[in-house]
Design a protein around this ligand. Structure first.
Ligand SMILES: [Mg+2]
Length: 348
């Protein structure tokens, strides 16, 4: 099989008038870039990288893929997907493989794996070898732009859909406000639903220890990204000081970043993002490495790629998703969702 064409499409999206907000940023959305890799056998593979913000992001990414990454793939054999991943990393090293370059590498890596799965007529998890047929899922629903009543309504909706855990944003100016928010949500969902808290890098280490102790007392399941994502010393200190598991990783790049955190005991739950980690090739590496360190893996974001990866990880803990739309392919049973059955990264 040889790659004969890579189609790059920008999907623009008008900025939302009511953007979601966390402690770090406002997320009006700006669209995505979709890549379709075509092979000489007629098999095609899809990949996509979305933007929660950055109005010019999709245009800049499409240009980078078109002019810099696509030429590296033309005529190549998808069976050497890990080799192509290395070639793309090496080529982008000059300006830095993080940021937009990694979004592009991830989308193309996804599309190439998709070709391989479709070529063999099996889901990607079967190529890698499965562990789980269902994965626990939680609903990230507690955005900071919701008032207390709104957050209670949406958390109750998540429980009614069958979720057994919800995640909420915290990182208000004061500890008292954070504690009050968790209490409001606990009142809405009852005692038997898990609550995760996420401050999106907003705090100092000292403040994260203080608030972490409060969240521990309140029985929260994990304390996510309380301090800046690259502060490995701070994360090591937090993990030592607190019993509540420290979750981080959505803003780390490549398996090497995760290796540094794991070696320092600076993370309890790894949370790689498909785009920033660098595609399925990198997610698999990160997941299996974390398993060797006996650290659970929780996805940043949902979707069929993360589910295919988690199906193969002994340490898979939770899939992240939002409320399920009426047309969602996911069906909750006892708080878990089924893994995809379609070839490549297809749902079914
Ligand atoms: Mg987060």
């Amino acid at each position: 099989m040889r790659i004969t064409h890579v189609d790059v499409q920008i999907r623009r999206q008008p900025a939302s008038p009511t953007p979601k907000r966390d402690a770090l940023q406002s997320l009006p959305g700006s669209g995505s870039v979709r890549v379709e890799v075509t092979t000489d056998t007629g098999i095609t593979g899809l990949g996509e990288a979305g933007f929660g913000r950055i109005a010019g992001g999709p245009d800049a990414l499409a240009s980078l893929i078109e002019h810099e990454l696509k030429p590296l793939l033309m005529g190549q054999d998808p069976a050497f997907v890990r080799g192509l991943h290395q070639v793309m990393l090496a080529e982008t090293e000059y300006h830095g493989s993080q940021g937009l370059a990694m979004f592009g590498i991830a989308a193309l890596d996804t599309a190439i794996w998709d070709c391989l799965g479709k070529g063999l007529g099996v889901p990607c998890w079967q190529l890698w070898g499965g562990v789980h047929s269902r994965i626990p899922a939680y609903a990230m629903v507690g955005w900071l732009n919701y008032d207390n009543e709104e957050v209670q309504v949406i958390c109750r909706q998540a429980v009614a859909q069958g979720f057994r855990a919800v995640k909420i944003k915290v990182g208000y100016p004061t500890l008292a406000e954070d504690v009050q928010r968790v209490a409001v949500v606990r009142k809405a969902v009852g005692e038997n639903i898990g609550i995760m808290v996420d401050a999106n890098q907003a705090l100092t280490t000292a403040e994260a220890v203080r608030r972490g102790r409060a969240f521990e007392e309140m029985g929260c399941l994990w304390w996510e990204e309380p301090i800046p994502a690259d502060d490995i010393d701070g994360y090591a200190e937090l993990a030592r000081a607190l019993d509540i598991p420290i979750a981080t990783g959505e803003n780390l790049y490549t398996a090497a970043d995760f290796a540094r955190f794991l070696r320092r005991d600076a993370v309890d739950i790894v949370q790689p993002d498909l785009r920033r980690a660098g595609g399925p090739t990198a997610l698999l590496q990160i997941g299996t490495m974390a398993a060797a360190f006996r650290r659970p893996y929780a996805s940043h974001g949902g979707g069929p790629v993360q589910l295919n990866i988690m199906a193969c990880l002994s340490n898979a803990l939770y899939l992240e998703t939002g409320l399920l739309a009426p047309d969602s392919p996911l069906q909750l049973e006892e708080g878990t969702v089924q893994i995809p059955q379609g070839p490549g990264f297809g749902w079914n």
